[in-house]
Design a protein. Structure first.
Length: 122
């Protein structure tokens, strides 16, 4: 199962993905993220999101497309999205999304959590 937490003072949403995701879980993550953004209130101040995919295994293209669509088209977009990747093959899938497909200019990959959070809050 995925984990989601909110740090209201930093307006930071933290999402940790499990090793495998199916379409139902992907939709549930999207709904949970939307609720978290609503919980922060004050739309004008915005929020930032850290997505930890270090445990995620390679996913079917349909799941990666759902992720791309959500990041690109979500109603309450994060000001910035940091994706924390590990050394696994899924790292290549997320690199393709971030660089080749360029789904958002304010999306960046990181291998260290501290660097990711620093970038988000800068």
């Amino acid at each position: 199962m995925f984990a989601l937490s909110v740090e209201p003072t930093r307006r930071l949403i933290l999402i940790t993905l499990p090793s495998n995701i199916d379409p139902a879980i992907a939709r549930e993550i999207g709904l949970a993220k939307a609720r978290a953004a609503d919980q922060l209130g004050d739309i004008e101040r915005g929020h930032v999101t850290l997505v930890d995919v270090r445990d995620l295994r390679v996913q079917p293209q349909s799941i990666m497309q759902m992720f791309a669509d959500f990041v690109r088209d979500t109603p309450r977009k994060s000001r910035k999205v940091a994706i924390l990747v590990g050394e696994g093959t899924s790292r290549m899938q997320f690199r393709r999304l971030a660089e080749a497909e360029a789904i958002r200019e304010d999306l960046k990959l990181f291998t260290e959590r501290t660097s990711a959070v620093d970038w988000l809050l800068a």
